[in-house]
Design a protein around this ligand. Structure first.
Ligand code: G3H
Ligand code: 13P
Ligand code: ZN
Length: 308
């Protein structure tokens, strides 16, 4: 199966009340870990590339890694997606470079400016048959180019107007999740009533949930046991994500949990084998840790096992 756009993936996910996992990739081991998990679980998967990842690895390297992954196993549908595209130009470069979907993130802009930018990207993307995700509302937390101290939840009526006026194909909504490892000071809480209203107003339309790592405490503990300082971290409980997947959320984004799994594994290995310095020695179990984390997500969070 070649690279697949989200259109078919999300139609099946919407109807089947599951989600497709979109996992952030930065290097070969992460791509391999995710792809091996998707193959084993026979699950569709989206590999997503942030502006920071694109800068770190280079767009050509990332695309060649994806190509290699597809050549190794062509049995599962795979999408490659620009995560939080900051500008029309970067979206255009990714569209021209073979990405199957792009996100234009104008969520930090005033409403009309977000509309104008998103529409410009959607018009270009659609002329090349590429899918566009946009964002309305603000997630609290820090991203590379967007910083927001406060959540601004997505307004349901505005979401309808935004989708109609921009032509974006999927919409990331703000209902209480945030990026990174520190999502909630108190108990985890998502605004499901708002999600239900948005879904009802946008019947059949695929929604996206960012900031959806669960920050498993065993991985935080493992990091800290071997010298890390990941204090007070808290993520989105898995049952809440499953619930969202049954409410029109077709794509669930996970980055932090992969970082935690990879780093915990490397910390542990290096602490337990102080004599070893061959990168392959610690990257082999680290890649396996990414794979196990993604298998777990596919089975328990996305519900997409066997949907390839
Ligand atoms: O939404 C943000 C993603 O976790 C990507 O993070 O910009 O540090 O690569 P990054
Ligand atoms: P997490 O930080 O919760 O993994 O969210 C990742 C994300 O939304 C990438 O766009
Ligand atoms: Zn995000």
């Amino acid at each position: 199966m070649p690279l697949m756009g989200p259109s078919e993936m999300f139609a099946a996910a919407y109807a089947g009340r599951y989600a497709v996992g979109a996992f952030n990739v930065n290097n070969m081991e992460i791509v391999q870990g995710i792809m091996r998990a998707a193959s084993e679980e026979k699950s569709p998967v989206i590999l997503q590339v942030s502006a920071g990842a694109r800068k770190y690895a280079g767009q050509t390297y990332i695309m060649k890694l994806v190509e290699a992954a597809l050549a190794e196993d062509s049995s599962v549908p795979v999408g490659v997606h620009l995560d939080h595209g900051p500008s029309f130009e970067m979206c255009r470069d990714c569209i021209d470079g073979g990405f199957s979907s792009v996100m234009i993130d104008g969520s930090h802009l005033p409403y009309e400016e977000n509309i104008n930018l998103t529409k410009k990207v959607a018009d270009y993307a659609h002329s090349k048959n590429v899918w566009v995700e946009a964002e309305l509302g603000k997630l609290a937390g820090v991203e590379e180019h967007v910083k927001s101290a406060e959540h601004v939840y997505t307004d349901p009526d505005q979401a309808v107007d935004f989708v109609r006026r921009t032509g974006c194909d999927s919409l990331a909504v703000a209902i209480g999740t945030s990026h990174g490892a520190y999502k909630f000071q108190d108990d985890a809480k998502l605004d499901f009533a708002r999600l239900e209203t948005i879904s009802a107003k946008l019947q059949g339309y695929p929604l996206v949930l960012h900031g959806a790592s669960s920050v498993p405490q065993e991985f935080v503990a493992l990091c800290n046991k071997y010298g890390g300082q990941v204090g007070g971290a808290k993520g989105v409980p898995e049952d809440m994500l499953r619930q969202a997947a049954g409410m029109g959320v077709c794509k669930i984004n996970v980055d932090t949990d992969i970082r935690l799994a990879l780093t915990a594994s490397i910390r542990q290995f290096i602490a337990e084998h102080p004599d070893q310095f061959d990168p392959r020695s610690y990257l082999t179990p680290a890649r396996e840790a990414v794979k196990s984390m993604v298998v777990h997500k596919i089975r328990n969070v996305m519900g997409s096992s066997g949907k390839a």
